[in-house]
Ligand binder design. Structure first.
Ligand code: T1G
Length: 646
């Protein structure tokens, strides 16, 4: 069946792309579009052409799965040029998302019409490349440099109403898009807009580019595509169209072969595979009409906020009225923060909060579909919660623990219907962090597991199935990462040099700065708990600091000293004194060596996790590190960047 078809509506031809799942611009689609231009230009009865797409979205871009292969003709720039310079005007009718090459095809059309919920964008930099079919050169001519710089260097799509304001689309079609577009095509102005390739580019002062480069360089750290995209946009205003297109194409082909682009493609496909594991294909999840959270502390409130963001009514259970009030106040703080950041309107925040019912009465959960426990990390406390849940909840209610370190099998001991019990490990702040480790016990049935993944899709999370071991996948690797960082310090590498190296690698902060921010005592208490349980847990440098009262920023000092009210880390003489017997004379290692050591340690732990079956795929370990621990996305994750492809 042809992926590009032509229908006639009087003098209007409707060209429809139908290449599921997202109408990606495969070679067949590109060829079909070129053939349609030739056929319709040759048809004297055709006055104008509507370009539409079947399925859920307009063209979502070039076919990313073709990127590892040599580009096949017709190349997309030629397809866009054919449409742009066709004898008959083409009108893009956009629903869903017109992204990357999809928006570039729309830029080749004389007009762009959009459904109200549609969006347009040039997300190429998120794949480590730049637009390769005129996206930079035409967008500056259509909407000016400020809009073009924002669209291209962030890669963020723009919803239709905003796109209309910016001039990226010409009209929003309410109601049936196809018929609205045909009506528009039947009533075109006598004087059509000049094709973008024939329009002059704006004149831009040098200072604009200098300022843009400074802002972007600060934001992107080691990522190369955004600054290369800026260079394409600048070139598009300094040379003629053809030369600018050549520069853009050369840049695109150069970046497409880069390690960062390979890494970002690796993450792109891993993220899309994660929410629908093959092992659960055909398994129906339980319906989720409502939920409850036990515990209104930082994690519980964050989880409740995430559930409310997804539109689920939530019952928040706490042990007494005062704790309920504190939990609701925590939720209000979260939603008020979203309003301050412009993510929510006041009304939306009120509605979020109105959908939460605080209670101390477990019988309120008699008709709850999903209960997530997020109480103190103490086995006896969690067991009490599940004893109560086992008594009051429906037999088919999914009961989940948010535990980070405890063994879910121990928590579920004695629970009626253990097949509906599962671990759902959220990361703080739970309404922001994308990662969700899904931890089934041997008794968890597939319906419950599928419900965990359905919840992740509903919450917009990146789910990764994890086997049961201490720390599951992420915290187990974190422990190994920190131990390797301490090993470097023991051999004389300066604490600040380790952190600087990991920031240079692409982390927002190094391992020691991060502990000072989060608190050294959390991991210390885990280790002390394991020691109390009789396990042999060697003393760490962190233990020495915590025992000396140095728990991090919250106590004015941890690995670093801090001036009152100032978060800047200062080298600490006290720490040097406390650790003097643990550290050999100074060893200086360069940043790359430090990063190799620490990322290598993460990857080796990842290999062990794979060998034990705690994770199923290396790419899922990469997702855990990227979405749970800030591993730089453009590196692909520890497994990718230490593999042959990395
Ligand atoms: N190429 C190939 N497959 C794609 C694809 C693409 N561009 N986009 C999505 N898929 C697959 C995806 O792997 C999944 O497959 C299925 O479609 C559904 O995806 C020349 C060079 C469009 C917003 O970066 O942002 O154009 O797992 O689960 O949630 O300048 O997909 O089902 O087998 O994400 O509804 C630029 C990337 C490319 C868009 C839909 N375009 N895609 O989201 O579905 S570079 C992009 C998305 C480019 C030009 C350059 C989203 C979506 P499977 P999904 P969704």
């Amino acid at each position: 069946m042809s992926v590009v078809t032509i229908a006639r509506e009087g003098k209007i031809a409707v060209v429809t792309v139908d290449n599921p799942p997202v109408n990606a611009l495969s070679q067949a689609v590109r060829q079909g579009l070129c053939d349609a231009v030739a056929a319709l230009d040759a048809d004297p009865d055709v006055a104008a052409v509507v370009l539409a797409c079947a399925g859920r979205t307009f063209i979502a871009g070039a076919d990313v799965s073709e990127f590892d292969k040599p580009p096949q003709p017709p190349h997309l720039p030629d397809v866009v040029a054919a449409i742009e310079l066709a004898a008959k005007p083409w009108i893009a009718a956009i629903h869903g998302s017109a992204l990357g090459g999809g928006f570039e095809v729309a830029l080749g059309c004389r007009f762009r019409l959009a459904a109200p919920e549609a969006s347009v964008g040039l997300p190429e930099v998120t794949l480590g490349i730049v637009p390769g079919a005129g996206g930079t050169v035409r967008t500056v001519r259509l909407a000016g440099v400020e809009t073009a710089v924002d669209l291209v260097t962030t890669g963020k799509p723009v919803r239709a109403p905003r796109a209309l304001e910016l001039g990226l689309v010409d009209r929003i079609i309410v109601g049936d898009l196809r018929s609205g577009a045909i009506a528009f095509a039947q009533d075109l102005p006598d004087e059509l807009p000049v094709p973008l390739s024939l329009r002059p580019a704006p004149t831009v002062p040098e200072a604009f580019w200098d300022n843009a480069e400074t802002i972007i360089a600060k934001r992107v750290k080691g990522e190369t595509a955004p600054l290369r995209a800026l260079a394409c946009l600048r070139r598009a205003t300094e040379v003629d169209f053809a030369a600018a297109m050549q520069f853009e194409r050369t840049t695109f082909l150069d970046l497409r072969a880069s390690k960062q682009a390979a890494a970002l493609r690796h993450v792109f496909f891993a993220e899309r595979a994660a929410p629908r594991p093959a092992a659960l294909a055909g398994i129906e999840a339980r319906s989720l009409r409502n939920a409850a959270v036990i515990g209104g502390g930082t994690m519980g409130a964050g989880i409740a906020a995430a559930l409310r963001d997804a539109g689920l009514p939530v019952i928040l259970i706490e042990r007494d009225d005062a704790a309920v009030e504190r939990g609701l106040a925590n939720l209000k703080t979260i939603f008020d923060g979203a309003v301050k950041r412009g993510r929510l309107t006041e009304a939306a925040a009120e509605a979020r909060l109105a959908g939460v019912t605080g209670s101390t009465d477990y019988t309120a959960l008699a008709d709850t579909d999903l209960v997530i426990e997020a109480v103190f990390e103490e086995l006896s406390v969690k067991r009490q919660v599940f004893d109560a849940l086992g008594r009051v909840c429906r037999a088919d209610a999914v009961l989940a623990t948010n535990t980070s370190y405890l063994d879910p099998r121990e928590i579920a001991k004695g629970l009626p219907g253990p097949d509906r019990f599962i671990g759902l490990h959220f990361f703080s702040p739970a309404n922001v962090m994308k990662l969700l480790e899904i931890v089934p016990t041997p008794e968890t049935d597939n319906t419950t597991l599928a419900t965990g993944f359905a919840l992740a899709r509903l919450l917009g999370k990146v789910p990764v199935r994890a086997g049961i071991c201490e720390g599951f996948i992420g915290n187990r690797i974190l422990k190994r990462y920190r131990a390797e960082a301490e090993a470097l310090v023991r051999q004389g590498v300066a604490i600040a040099d380790v952190d600087a190296a990991m920031r240079a690698f692409g982390f927002a902060m190094g391992p020691f700065e991060a502990q000072d921010l989060g608190g050294l005592d959390i991991a210390f208490l885990q280790r002390e708990g394991a020691r109390a349980a009789g396990r042999d847990v060697p003393e760490t440098l962190g233990d020495i600091l915590v025992r000396a009262g140095r728990k991090g920023q919250k106590t004015g000092g941890g690995w670093y000293d801090y001036e009152a009210g100032d978060r800047r880390p200062l080298r600490s003489q006290d720490v040097a004194q406390l650790l003097r017997d643990q550290i050999k004379p100074g060893t200086a290692l360069d940043a790359a060596t430090i990063a190799d050591r620490l990322v290598g340690a993460m990857a080796r732990e990842g290999e062990a996790i794979l060998a034990e079956g705690v994770a199923e795929k290396a790419s899922e370990i990469d997702l855990v590190e990227i979405h749970g621990y800030g591993f730089p996305r453009w590196r692909g994750g520890p497994m990718f960047c230490t593999s042959a492809g990395g």
